[in-house]
Design a protein around this ligand. Sequence first.
Ligand code: ZN
Length: 279
Amino acid sequence: MRLASLDGRAAIVSDLGAIDVNTASGGAVTADLDELVWGYSELRPQLDQLLDAGWQPYEIAHLTQPLLRPPQVFAIGLNYRAHAEESGMAIPSMPATFTKFPASISGPFDPIPLSGPTVDWEAELVVVIGRRCAHVPASDAWAHVAGLTIGQDISDRTTQFAAGSQFSLGKSYRGYGPIGPWITTVDELAAPDDLAIGCRVNGVDKQVARTSDMVFGVSELVAQLSAIVDLLPGDLIFTGTPAGIGATRQPAEFLGVGDVVETWIEGLGSIRNQVVASS
Ligand code: ZN
């Protein structure tokens, strides 16, 4: 099942169209996708019943930021082997975790206001947590995940490294965390640990990899993070980016005004964001 925010209202979407869950349920199911995800485990049987309500045509450009109020946003650095190598860094022994402050999260087709001359792309698989949890064993981790979505961990490399290894502000400029276009529930994916992922800039492939190359896969990330801090429903985990970022290219490449960043993941769709001048 794909859960989306269609013009700000919770919807189920498919290739057939969209179902407004609040309208189709006669008001029984919330129109707020954040609230729906917080209660996803309990609401799923009700959502399944709405699939008979009739699909309405919709335009993909009307899909908006799926989660407006993620309580916590974790992001993982150096989590693909080939990316750690291109960065000249050792593969970490525990997840290299920072945050994208929640207000930096934006929608699947929102603009990226450019913060400076060293802004870079990072295609990422994003995990959406479905229930509060602590000390989750890796073997049980997927049961705590509501779904997966696509994210861009847009990074201002100058700000990122300006204060030693405190990355969070350089990753949190306005509009630097587009996600979407929808949340795909885990049951939709035959092999959620092995998805093709990539990023194109102005139509040119920059990153192409598989999520099975992660150092810490989704199960291990949920286990290791939840061993330290409770994970909350609606939390996001940006799981790290594969090789092919701009900063490590020879010569280095960075984003400029007018550039179009497309990010795609097998089975999850794609998002598209244009870089614009910061106002
Ligand atoms: Zn990243």
